[in-house]
Write a protein that binds this ligand. Structure first.
Ligand SMILES: [Zn+2]
Length: 271
């Protein structure tokens, strides 16, 4: 098989899952466009039209998607892991204390939060404000992004052990003072997300908005500082303080999550 091109099965979110473009959510459309190196800005009709045009023109997957990490993985395949390791009890240090798996990227988060749950039935009846996560509507994805951007991911610690990378944090709920404890396990070789856990009541399959927030924090960190331990720690002090002003427009975040402002405004309504 040609290792110099990416196929839809190589890159999470690069393949449509419904028969027509219109059936996909905005998050799915943006991810699909992103996989082809196309702009993800604009309103829903723009996104649909752009996708449709790309389908008609048979636009291929961008080899540089997710920082070229999928192409890299295709050229250097890693064995799939069947066992999820136990989370270590000892050895945790203040984040970042060890290197982050170098292949970890946005595509894995998309797969974990959106693609892998698309066909799973949801039977959660929780009415808790912060636990209304519905896997079908990609709410953890959007809410997790909001939590991270509002600086709700606190007290991050990490540890590396026997080929796995573990990161944990306490994530503040959107409204209350309550915080939840989340843990995420990554494979060191492939960078894939093996498991997420959370102490909230919506943590079905470890895919709640709090785990999502921790994943976005980790992604943001790798975009800013890379996956190796930073040599200069000055900039690090400014990281993860909650976003008031616009970030460097070169990063994924502003490109992909322009609609976030609207969501935030809606959430600020009094309870
Ligand atoms: Zn949770």
């Amino acid at each position: 098989m040609a290792a110099n091109l990416l196929l839809e099965e190589d890159v999470p979110g690069s393949k449509f899952v419904h028969a027509s473009v219109e059936e996909h959510t905005n998050i799915q459309l943006k991810r699909w466009l992103k996989c082809r190196g196309l702009p993800t800005s604009g309103k829903r009709p723009d996104l649909i039209e752009r996708c449709q045009n790309a389908v008609n023109n048979n636009v291929k997957i961008d080899l540089k998607v997710d920082d070229g990490k999928w192409l890299n993985l295709k050229k250097n395949p890693t064995p799939a892991e069947s066992q999820v390791p136990y989370v270590p009890i000892q050895g945790w240090k203040k984040f970042p204390s060890v290197s982050i798996p170098k292949h970890f990227n946005h595509g894995y988060i998309y797969y974990y939060l959106v693609e892998s749950v698309a066909s799973v039935e949801c039977d959660s009846n929780s009415s808790d404000d912060d636990c209304e996560d519905d896997v079908h509507t990609s709410k953890p994805f959007t809410k997790g992004m909001n939590l991270f951007r509002s600086g709700h991911v606190k007290n991050i610690h990490d540890v590396s052990c026997k080929g796995h990378y573990f990161v944990k944090a306490s994530v503040l709920a959107s409204y209350s003072q309550h915080s939840y404890n989340c843990t995420v396990t990554l494979s060191e070789s492939s960078g894939s997300i093996l498991e997420g856990t959370c102490t909230c009541s919506a943590s079905g399959m470890g895919r709640c908005s709090h785990v999502a927030a921790l994943l976005f924090a980790l992604e943001d960190y790798t975009i800013e500082f890379g996956t190796d331990l930073p040599t200069c720690t000055d900039k690090l002090l400014q990281w993860n303080k909650g976003r008031r002003k616009k970030k460097n427009p070169e990063t994924i975040f502003n490109k992909e999550y322009k609609s976030m402002k609207k969501t935030l405004k809606r959430q600020k309504k009094p309870q």
